[in-house]
Design a protein around this ligand. Structure first.
Ligand SMILES: Cc1ncc(COP(=O)(O)O)c(C=O)c1O
Length: 446
């Protein structure tokens, strides 16, 4: 196996640390230590195309990483062309409406079951902020339920109880207001009894439940049949709004997201990431009655860069590509073939590991458990109580990650990996073969 060098990446990190807190505006760390094993990995990108990226040291990788926005592939020509056309018009930012906004909104209303209207913003955090504010204004109630381990952005109301929190299991960040923390009730996911109990006691104080409908922040948990329907029923019964945070799942698992696949329609949904193949745009979607809170100005949501024409044209081109019949078929076929390859290798080698997720987004988890149902199972499986911000995975995860990187594949255990339309069958086979070798190495770990 070729030994990769990351000398230039390390050099740049030293420079970055001088002017950027922690040396990164992303989750890139100076040293990645998992289970006591240091993992050398690329820290600075140079260029990318399709499913491949090249770092500043000239190493080439098949990429499944990123944070979720890439769905067509890096530097997709149709999206680049749409952006270029927009730049040629000179319409980059104006304080006026822009016709493509209507067309993009029409596309979203057509494909998203809960959407009669959509409001565009820039980031996922803004979209979930908007969803919670709308829910509070509409119901005239203050509290919100979120689930342990679910991530909904950097704002104060939900940045609690995440996996990988660096202060305590509950508190992820200092600097939050007491009111925001007190107004957020944390429950375990996939436990309808606790939701029922809290709503029957406190339903008159609770504006909404916010949930990732598939928990992709973590070990790609697809809920048990009936769970989302159960949430829908209980929220309706108690006049509490149901918000699906589809920032990751939206446009990734299907054009209409999880709500299309599962047939459960929330009151409000949020979108971002895959909707523009990497350009910054997000949206909050709902029915007209709930959106009247925005129409008549009871909820303030306007922003300088909302519905920015560059991102809008990228989103329009991305969704147009995804509308092609073959798109989700391809994502599922290639993704499913990798999932099957991983499962077969796990069985053949008799390893305690499982694969969770769906074709467009999935992961491998080293565990003795048959499945991971919620974040507390994950904490238990890798022995983490109060999690340190360093990746706290076990040694098998560390060896697997390291071996995959050494074979030129950015594919992480425990956390989600993403399929792009640009991934092909040959790359899926290369990935499976690399995973077989990496899994063999994990067997040597005591
Ligand atoms: C489910 C979910 N909601 C919201 C967000 C926040 O999005 P952003 O990072 O664009 O603010 C994220 C980001 O990872 C996410 O995964």
């Amino acid at each position: 196996m070729k030994k990769l060098s990351f000398a230039k990446s390390d050099e740049l990190f030293e420079l970055a640390e001088r002017v950027i807190p922690g040396g990164s505006n992303k989750y890139v760390r100076k040293r990645t230590v998992m289970g006591g094993i240091e993992i050398q990995r690329p820290k600075f990108i140079d260029h990318a195309k399709g499913s491949r990226i090249w770092d500043v040291d000239g190493n080439e990788f098949i990429d499944y990483g990123g944070m979720g926005p890439t769905i067509l592939g890096h530097g997709d020509s149709k999206v680049t062309e749409a952006v270029r056309e927009q730049l040629k018009k000179g319409v980059v930012h104006f304080g006026l409406n822009y016709e493509l906004d209507i067309k993009l909104s029409e596309k979203m209303v057509k494909s998203i079951p809960c959407a009669e209207q959509v409001h565009m913003l820039n980031t996922g955090s803004e979209a979930t902020t908007a969803a919670l504010r709308i829910a509070r204004a509409y119901t005239e109630k203050a509290k919100v339920i979120k689930f342990d381990g679910h991530y909904h952005g950097i704002h104060d109301w939900t940045i609690l109880n995440l996996f990988g929190g660096n202060i305590s299991p509950r508190l992820i960040s200092h600097g939050l207001t007491k009111g925001a923390v007190e107004d957020t009730i944390i429950l375990q996911w996939q436990d309808l009894d606790s939701v029922e109990r809290v709503l029957s006691n406190q339903g008159n104080e609770i504006a909404a439940i916010i949930t990732e409908p598939y928990q992709f922040n973590g070990p790609c948990i697809i809920p048990e049949k009936g769970y989302l329907e159960g949430l829908r029923k209980i929220t309706k019964k108690n006049d509490v709004l149901l918000i699906f945070d589809e920032i990751i799942s939206g446009f990734r698992v299907a054009l209409g997201g999880v709500q299309e696949l599962e047939g459960v329609i929330p009151d409000i949904a949020t979108y971002g990431k895959a909707m523009a193949n990497g350009y910054p745009i997000s949206a909050v979607a709902s029915n007209k009655k709930i959106m009247e809170t925005v129409t008549y100005g009871r909820v303030f949501l306007k922003g300088t860069y909302h519905s920015n024409p560059i991102s809008t044209s990228a989103a329009y081109a991305t969704i147009t590509e995804l509308e092609r019949k073959e798109s989700y078929k391809h994502l599922n076929q290639i993704g499913d073939s990798i999932i099957k390859g991983l499962k077969d290798a796990i069985d053949d080698l008799d390893i305690d590991a499982i694969v969770q997720g769906v074709g467009p987004c999935f992961t491998i988890i080293f565990t003795e458990q048959e499945k991971i149902m919620r974040t507390s199972d994950l904490r238990a499986t890798i022995g983490v109580k109060t999690t340190a911000m360093a990746y706290p995975h076990d040694r098998r995860s560390a060896v697997f990650a390291k071996e995959m990187i050494n074979q030129g594949i950015l594919f992480q255990p425990t956390w989600r990996n993403h399929l792009y339309l640009a991934h092909n069958k040959e790359e899926a086979d290369i990935t499976i073969e690399a995973a077989q070798k990496a899994l063999k190495q994990t067997k040597k770990i005591k």
